[in-house]
Design a protein around this ligand. Structure first.
Ligand code: R5P
Length: 283
């Protein structure tokens, strides 16, 4: 049999996954020692041979927890471990943008490939990085079907990607909703500032949904929403797969958009879309 093992992150996704698949769910016990080191314990005498471990590698401490959980699971008899890493940290540093930088995505994947029998990720910034995970099967899953399902019946007229790279995701979500899609033109000015130019399809009087893979500071979505409102959009909704929401981004986004939601790859007050079915289909 197969069972779902949950770490300290993405707990609602891990539990949803067990429910969708009708599998047993085991929650690992995790804590920090007074000096900050991680401690994990799976309070069972043994595990099934096949285990699906759900745990993020972000922030850094959770990567250590993942490594410890893998060892704890092996110690209890897990023979084939599929790791679901809903938000894979460091994926955005997928090349050396400046001389002397680390190729972070490769470092993470090359180390993790030694430890697991299969890897599933969700909406990696660039799925091609999985080429660096060569020792075992790996696949990046798309959250677009879950986002599209969530927004069915919300009267969306237009789905936009905030930049050219996001147009495929926007089109996929739009297809499920049954509306048109397009993309904006984004120029990044700094870590927190972006300039947004309008889409070719008009926004006037429309209910627009902007879909991105990651919201971090919220700068991209806020600039896009302001531009769309200036162009006469009736309502602007924002959705992302991974809601990092750094430095009070949710509050700032609420000031600029009519709705902000994310999937449950990272848990927050707005992580209302479950990607459990997307993962379950692959398992
Ligand atoms: C970048 O290419 C990503 O797809 C996101 O657009 C970006 O990470 C969003 O960051 P922020 O919320 O800080 O604008």
């Amino acid at each position: 049999m197969m069972m779902i093992l949950g770490g300290s992150t993405s707990k609602s996704l891990a539990m949803d996954l067990a429910n969708v698949l009708g599998l047993e769910f085991v929650q690992a016990h995790t804590k920090r020692f007074p000096d900050g080191e991680a401690y994990v314990r799976i309070d069972r005498e043994s595990l099934d041979k096949e285990v699906v471990l759900v745990q993020n590698t972000y922030p850094d401490g959770n990567l250590v927890e993942l490594l410890l959980l893998l060892d704890a699971a092996r110690g209890l008899g897990a023979d084939k471990i599929t790791c679901v890493i809903p938000y894979f940290g460091y994926a955005r540093q997928d090349r050396r943008f400046n001389p002397g930088e680390a190729l972070s995505a490769k470092v993470m994947l090359r180390h993790l490939e030694m430890e697991m029998d299969r890897l599933l990720t969700i909406d990696l910034h660039k799925p091609d990085v999985l080429e660096w995970f060569a020792r075992a099967p790996a696949k990046d899953l798309k959250a677009a079907p879950a986002i599209g399902d969530f927004f069915r019946g919300h009267g969306i007229d237009l789905v936009l990607g905030p930049d050219k790279g996001a147009v495929g995701r926007a089109a996929e979500v739009a297809k499920i909703i049954g509306c048109e899609s397009d993309h904006l033109e984004k120029t990044r000015l700094s870590g927190t500032e972006v300039k947004i130019a309008p889409s070719y399809v008009g926004a006037k009087g429309k209910r627009v949904l902007i879909v991105d893979d990651i919201i971090s500071t919220g700068g991209t979505i806020i600039a896009a929403s302001n531009e769309l409102k200036r162009l006469g959009a009736r309502e602007v909704f924002a959705a992302c797969t991974h809601g990092l929401f750094t430095g009070g981004a949710v509050e700032r986004l609420r000031g600029a958009c009519d709705m902000v939601v994310s999937t449950n790859t990272l848990e927050s007050e707005v992580s209302k879309i479950s990607v459990a079915k997307v993962v379950a289909q692959e398992l």
